[in-house]
Design a protein around this ligand. Structure first.
Ligand code: SF4
Length: 501
């Protein structure tokens, strides 16, 4: 049986860049390794897709195997349609060497469809775990419509199912409210010529077997960071203009296309904003910039006792608890280091929720108790912790007054770095604690930890919701506690360093 040249995903890759399509087909092994976060996002898509199938119960899955056997999927889809199956999941079609797997197809049931063979018969549903419909989703749907309709399916309507971020869970999950179902038929019909044109273009790229000569550019980042990002950037040296922190992408590529690639290539009179100018100066001199007066002023605003506080949150796409929305950030862990005075012993407090239950009440009760005695509460990037506390005050109004009191005591340790009072070459233009800490306190490092960033902590805790192996749960809890503790210990050490100046 003949196979396919293109699929939905390779079509989207081709729209991003012909070279992406080519590399994916012929140099798959060169693809960047998926990060844990990317894997978690894919898994989330699968989970949401399976949940959305429950909107149309009693369907039959047409694909088999992992990865799916497409030829079997084609045969099974065809058989199911012939047998009169009304709901099919992962229905597989091929036309003009393009393969397409539709998430859900449902036989149109208004009684008209069976009177004439020419009447449209099927509603097609594509499921996305996002909270809106993007241009990429429309291109993806347009390609599917092209394949399915030309493969002989009479399509009545084509909809995208996506997450309704206004849904607030109360009791059992309400799938009708959790998902938005929006017809995009009128948006994808006018895209059919665009699809036909690009299908031919991409098939030529694949048949030619010659790598398209395309240089890196803005396309490498949209709609997603390309999987061959590192492969195509082998010629970019360390300390390049792509390391300018916060610089607009267009400006970076303007520099690149002018042949200015390394920091050392940037002319002395090249117009840069203040932060990039400082970053370049620090790189070229190899010396830190320290504004001792500004740091002193910052420090005089802090008064002991001091609390050093950090939260971890997770964001389930499908709300797990009552009174939560899709993708709501739910705090499940905190670490607090406490110093009564500059010379006193450091004390540590922590909380980590048990998986499977709404952590918010225990989290806030525990935190309010620990932070009750007066004293400044130091965080790193106050927007995050303040927003989470305000959300808890909204969801659990009984604690609002105490939360307001804690909010009034929060001070942000990020300020000296964000305002560039203290800049070192090792910070590489960043004021994230992940760069600031190793630069100032080399003996403390996130590198040896299994969980070494907030995103990983978040997906790890989410994975615990369904974990039943007690050993794994215990080990994961230990890793989460170590990570969060390091975040607040890092703040203690950074403050000591600032003090020592
Ligand atoms: S990294 Fe950029 S240039 Fe390379 S294949 Fe991807 S999109 Fe194309």
């Amino acid at each position: 049986m003949s196979t396919h040249l293109l699929s939905k995903s390779s079509f989207i890759k081709g729209l991003q860049c012909e070279k992406h399509l080519y590399l994916y087909k012929y140099h798959y092994n060169e693809m960047d390794e998926l990060s844990e976060m990317q894997k978690a996002i894919f898994q989330r898509g699968t989970n949401v897709g399976e949940l959305a199938q429950q909107l149309f119960p009693n369907g039959i899955l047409a694909t088999t195997g992992k990865p799916p056997d497409y030829n079997k999927g084609l045969i099974k889809t065809n058989d199911l349609i012939k047998q009169g199956q009304k709901v099919i999941y992962e229905a597989t079609f091929r036309f003009n060497e393009v393969l397409s797997i539709a998430d859900i197809i449902v036989k149109y049931e208004d009684g008209l469809s069976r009177r004439s063979a020419a009447k449209p018969e099927w509603n097609i549903y594509e499921v996305k775990s996002s909270t809106s419909i993007s241009e990429t989703y429309l291109n993806d749907a347009a390609l599917q419509y092209y394949v399915l309709s030309n493969a002989g399916l009479k399509i009545n309507d084509f909809s995208i199912i996506y997450i309704n971020n206004q849904y607030v869970r109360e009791g059992d999950l309400d799938l009708i409210k959790l998902f938005n179902i929006e017809s995009v038929l009128q948006l994808i019909l006018p895209l059919q010529d665009f699809v036909i044109e690009n299908v031919e273009r991409f098939k030529n790229v694949i048949r030619n077997k010659t790598m398209p000569q395309i240089d890196i550019g803005e396309q490498c980042y949209t709609p997603y960071r390309c999987g061959f990002f590192n492969y195509c950037r082998k010629h970019i040296p360390a300390d390049s203009i792509f390391d300018f922190s916060g610089m607009h992408l267009k400006k970076k590529f303007d520099l690149y296309r002018e042949g200015i690639i390394k920091f050392d290539d940037v002319p002395g009179d090249y117009p840069l904003n203040r932060n990039n100018g400082i970053q370049l100066d620090v790189y070229k001199s190899g010396e830190p910039i320290i504004d001792k007066n500004a740091i002193k002023n910052f420090l005089t605003e802090l008064s002991y006792p001091l609390y050093f506080m950090d939260f971890e949150t997770f964001q389930p796409a499908v709300p797990l608890f009552d009174n939560t929305r899709p993708y709501q950030q739910i705090p499940f862990q905190y670490s607090v280091h406490f110093k009564k005075s500059a010379d006193s012993e450091l004390e540590h407090f922590e909380f980590l929720a048990d998986p499977g239950e709404d952590p918010r009440q225990k989290f806030i009760e525990n935190l309010l108790k620990v932070t009750e005695p007066p004293g400044d509460i130091i965080v790193y990037n106050k927007t995050f912790e303040k927003t989470r506390l305000k959300e808890i005050a909204r969801d659990l109004p009984g604690y609002a007054e105490q939360i307001d009191e804690r909010l009034s005591r929060i001070k942000d340790l990020m300020i000296p770095f964000q305002r560039r009072y203290y800049v070192t070459p090792e910070m590489k233009g960043s004021y994230s604690i992940k760069y600031v800490l190793p630069s100032l306190v080399s003996e403390l490092s996130y590198n040896n930890l299994e969980i070494n960033e907030g995103g990983i902590a978040s997906i790890t805790f989410e994975s615990l919701q369904t974990e039943t192996d007690l050993m794994i749960i215990a080990e994961t809890r230990k890793q989460l506690l170590e990570y969060c503790k390091l975040d607040t210990l890092a703040m203690v050490k950074i403050l000591e360093k600032l003090d020592s100046l």
